[in-house]
Design a protein around this ligand. Structure first.
Ligand SMILES: C[C@H](O)[C@H](O)[C@H]1CNC2=NC(N)=NC(=O)C2=N1
Length: 110
């Protein structure tokens, strides 16, 4: 099943480096540094940026997996790590990244 269609599990399990490298191919635009999966999205204006932030927040609540977000006028940096796995990366981070990519594509078409 595609990452985007999966749902977060309650207990995220820490992934090893090989698994992280494989999953990164499924989330274009995202990169890993210091056990954090991050992407900076560019939006057309502030209204679109805030709408995107809210869409990501809704997805985070739905999946019970919450990112850090840094918001600018036309940018939003979203970063995920799994606190319950000792702030390591888990499937949950990649599932949410794939869902955020889908939201971004949708707003681009809006
Ligand atoms: C109890 C609840 O499921 C946990 O606290 C969730 C909430 N959101 C979370 N978000 C993130 N990023 N990592 C977690 O481990 C996490 N745990």
């Amino acid at each position: 099943m595609k990452l985007e269609q999966r749902h977060c599990t309650r207990q995220g399990v820490a992934l090893d480096r090989a698994a992280i490298a494989t999953l990164l191919h499924e989330v274009p635009g995202w990169s890993v540094a210091d056990n954090v999966l991050a992407r900076t999205f560019t939006l057309p204006d502030y209204r679109a940026t805030i709408a995107f932030v809210n869409a990501v927040a809704t997805l985070a609540e739905h999946e019970d997996h919450h990112p850090e977000m840094t918001v600018g006028y036309t940018t939003c940096r979203v970063s995920w790590t799994t606190h319950s796995a000792g702030s390591a990366l888990s499937d949950n981070d990649f599932i949410c990244a794939a869902k955020a990519n889908a939201l971004y594509l949708n707003q681009e078409n809006a």
